[in-house]
Design a protein around this ligand. Sequence first.
Ligand code: ADP
Ligand code: ZN
Length: 213
Amino acid sequence: MRLILLGPPGAGKGTQAKMLKEKFQIPQISTGDILRQAVKDNTELGVRAKTFMDVGQLVPDDVVIGLIKERIRQRDCKTGFILDGFPRNIAQAEKLSETLADMRVVIDNIIDLEVDEREVIERLTGRSTCLDCGAMFHQISCPPKVLGVCDGCGGKLAQRPDDNRETIRERLKVYLGSTAPLKEFYMKQGNLKTVKAKGSVEDIFFRLCEMIE
Ligand code: ADP
Ligand code: ZN
């Protein structure tokens, strides 16, 4: 099963991708996670990517396309994968199509998680992530039992540096200008599905699975 999750920042792509990964036993490939790891490791890639991520801009296409090409050719992607956060613009989508054609594989499901802008801003501003296991919490909708501590592993929770109002606004702008047009791109190819991404994480997951099966 090969899947692409589309949707604005804060739509819940990461959360749902993690659940799908467990259910279907296929890797979740998040360009955001890969880049954040590179930033953490202070690699050359990380240093370059950080300047874009901190201000809510897209990291240059050649960088992320290179990452994805290498990643989807790895062994664990043979039976499938979930793309979360890639492609992010038409150029990336075109390169992805080429790569998949080369590999003689197709994407089974392209799903757009639909959520309105106000909700997105609310979700992102209250969000915190476990530095150790990546679990996500929210001040209001899903607070941790102990402030600043992960329920799952006891790790420390932190806000993503790009989850501040100014950067969120820029990420939304970039989404509308560059990423949202992918909906039409894939719709024209006749394989876009839409899932309402409002409600509880479980409800959304249920709707998503119904769409897939
Ligand atoms: P979100 O979807 O919540 O904005 P991500 O974790 O997907 O968060 O991405 C965080 C940042 O990483 C983006 O703002 C961007 O700078 C960079 N990034 C992630 N994926 C891509 C991509 N496919 N192309 C370019 N930049 C990317
Ligand atoms: Zn944790």
